[in-house]
Design a protein around this ligand. Structure first.
Ligand code: ASN
Length: 347
């Protein structure tokens, strides 16, 4: 009998309040399944990977989730995997898994904005929806997905865009791939994905080897934060620049110095949507790119950092990481209308 594996990792979907009213992740996967609004319609097997707020996760924890998903998919009778996860860093773990996902079967992330002990929790419905997506034939070949508040998103390019609302996720540059409601799964687009990386080559156990920092750029900023992360041993830096990817002449000069010393510098932006464009001088994007920064297209700092972490973990050598980064970024996500809606087949 074909089945779905649910990997639980904590987050608000598994959270209860303690005596002081502080939210702490507590519930195992079996407890989440007990609250489903409708039967899953497919046998479900559970595994508790860990039970943590996702703001605590390290690259090694994220790799553990990737290994657990790979182990689950090693069994051919598994139809798909659902990962329950905190929403704060869901975009990071989902994208990391996507970078290493070479299987047609879906891995579907979900979570909740309201805790497990809330009377109007969104977790049970989100989990029921994620199970329906993981069980849907049309969800195959789309890579790692995020199912949240009735929408289905690709891992890449999707971000948490609201701190408290149940519709907490969006894909500002491509939109959702489809929708899910009451077991009906509709897919209308497919993401373009780069060639998957080899998970066996990814070794985050040595944090100094993969250290990637995000440095914010803002009007009037100096280079002390950039110097500090370089002194701390950063192997890569993501600049969270202004506008289409601009900084100032001081930052551009420091970027040139960092690149010459073997640090990989990626150029992203703090703006919600749109690609990085290297068009301005005076320390703007054109100067930063001339200094050796690599523009990240529509990839925002959180996921650019994951990509660099993965590439550093796989390759180490900065020249190889730079080449692999450009290749991965060239496979920019595109959404193309594709398939009609599908009534999800249970059982
Ligand atoms: N809604 C959530 O899951 C947020 C929580 N702080 C977490 O990421 O674990």
């Amino acid at each position: 009998m074909r089945r779905i594996v649910v990997l639980s990792t904590g987050g608000t979907i598994a959270t209860r309040q303690d005596a002081h009213g502080t939210r702490l992740a507590a519930d195992p996967a079996d407890a989440l399944l007990e609250r489903l609004p409708r039967p899953p319609g497919v046998p479900v097997e559970t595994r508790d990977v860990f039970c943590l707020g996702s703001y605590l996760l390290t690259p090694a924890d994220m790799r553990e989730v990737a290994v657990a998903a790979h182990e689950a998919l090693a069994d051919e009778s598994v139809r798909g995997v659902v990962v329950t996860h905190g929403t704060d860093s869901l975009e990071e773990t989902a994208y990391l898994l996507d970078l290493f996902h070479a299987d047609p079967r879906p891995v579907v992330f979900t979570g909740a904005m309201r805790p497990a002990d809330a009377p109007d929790g969104d977790g049970p419905r989100n989990l029921a929806d994620a199970l329906a997506v993981a069980n849907a034939a049309r969800a195959r070949d789309l890579g790692v997905l995020i199912s949240f508040d009735g929408r289905i998103y690709p891992a890449r390019g999707t971000r948490k865009t609201h701190t408290v609302a149940p519709a907490a996720f969006a894909a500002p540059d491509g939109g959702p791939l489809g929708r899910v409601a009451d077991g009906d799964v509709e897919i209308t687009a497919a993401p373009l994905r780069p060639k998957p990386l080899d998970l066996a080559a990814f070794r985050p156990e040595a944090p100094e080897r993969i250290r990637t920092d995000i440095v914010a750029v803002y009007p009037g900023c100096d280079i002390r934060a950039l110097r500090a992360v370089a002194d701390a041993g950063a192997r890569a830096v993501v600049l969270e620049a202004t506008g289409a990817g601009n900084a100032n002449p001081q930052v551009a000069a420091e970027v040139a110095r960092l690149v010459a010393s073997g640090v990989v510098v990626a150029l992203s932006t703090r703006v919600h949507a749109g690609p990085v464009a290297a068009v301005y001088g005076n320390g703007g994007g054109a100067d930063l790119v001339r200094a050796g920064a690599i523009p990240t297209g529509t990839l925002r700092p959180s996921q650019a950092r994951v990509l660099l972490t993965a590439l550093l973990g796989c390759y180490g050598d900065p020249a190889r990481v730079r080449t692999a980064l450009r290749t991965a970024l060239e496979s920019a996500p595109e959404s193309a209308p594709e398939t009609p809606s599908e009534r999800n087949q249970h059982g």
